[in-house]
Ligand binder design. Structure first.
Ligand SMILES: Nc1ncnc2c1ncn2[C@@H]1O[C@H](COP(=O)(O)OP(=O)(O)O)[C@@H](O)[C@H]1O
Ligand SMILES: [Mg+2]
Length: 257
């Protein structure tokens, strides 16, 4: 049984096909990267999985349950966790409190009390490396530290699947390396599935996931083992055919590094 299955999912905005007939299966504990140029439909796909949008066509199946029209707030308790591209922690609460909130509203729900939530928060604060900031107000953290709070909060919800939008956007190479290493550690320790959306950062993909899905114009047009995908002429064409000289340069740099 797959953990997540998308069957011929289509999402339109007016006449625009943002996600076009996408089918995708993910096994428990699997880590995949989704890449693709700007506007490819990655975030929209993600929003369909997490319930921000309902698709016009197709099905979203989570653990054999059809959740296509289940509201977003009812998906988290099933084990569907996510982090956002722009982290928005409760700025006037501490890091520890922010993460504990995740535990209280996650899959454990009412089975966990406040003290247990705080203990769980400490565990995930340690995992993401935020120990020195435990008692700081989340509003005073750097953007990368806020991202780590997001991840710890999502993990404290004890998800079966973690969706990460723009997992590494705006990060310097050192932070990217840390994040790649962290995601692999999370997958191994927590035994959860992770879908990491990685835009423009092909460099990170090779070390991150064994499987890559490339989106282009709303479709998942390549889905396979990472080495095959990164050397696929069609994938190179999408990036080389893209609008910006910068993305060409990124791709070339990434392939040789
Ligand atoms: N809420 C929305 N309303 C209208 N169009 C949207 C909306 N969200 C995304 N789009 C459009 O859908 C397409 C896919 O966007 P998106 O999923 O954000 O791509 P990506 O995350 O791969 O950059 C783009 O053409 C974008 O302009
Ligand atoms: Mg996006």
């Amino acid at each position: 049984m797959s953990l997540l299955r998308l069957e011929n999912v289509t999402k339109r905005f007016g006449g625009l096909l943002a996600v076009n007939n996408v089918s995708l299966e993910l096994a428990s504990g699997e880590l995949i990267a989704i890449v693709g140029p700007n506007g490819a439909g990655k975030t929209t796909l993600f929003n369909v999985i997490s319930g921000v949008f309902f698709p016009e066509e197709g099905k979203v199946i989570f653990e054999d349950r059809d959740i296509t029209r289940l509201p977003a707030y009812r998906r988290a308790p099933l084990g569907l966790g996510r982090t956002f591209q722009i982290p928005r922690p409760f700025g006037s609460a501490t890091v520890r409190e922010n993460v504990a909130i995740g535990a209280m509203f996650g899959t454990l729900g009412s089975r966990i009390n406040v003290d247990e939530s705080l203990e769980m928060a400490d565990r995930y604060i340690d995992l993401v490396g935020l120990q020195p900031h435990r008692e700081k107000l989340a509003g005073n953290l750097t953007p990368v530290e806020k991202k780590m709070v997001e991840i710890a909060r999502a993990l404290a919800m004890k998800p079966k699947l973690l969706l990460m939008d723009e997992a590494m956007a705006g990060m310097n190479p050192k932070d990217i390396d840390y994040m790649v290493d962290l995601l692999i550690r999370i997958k191994e320790k927590e035994k959860i599935a992770i879908v990491a959306m990685v835009e423009h950062i092909m460099r990170a993909v090779a070390g991150l996931a064994k499987r890559v899905v490339v989106m282009h114009q709303g479709a998942t047009f390549v889905d396979g083992p990472t080495a095959d995908v990164l050397s696929d002429p069609r994938v190179i064409e999408v990036y080389l055919g893209g609008p910006s000289e910068k993305s060409k340069k990124d791709l070339v740099t990434n392939q040789t590094s």
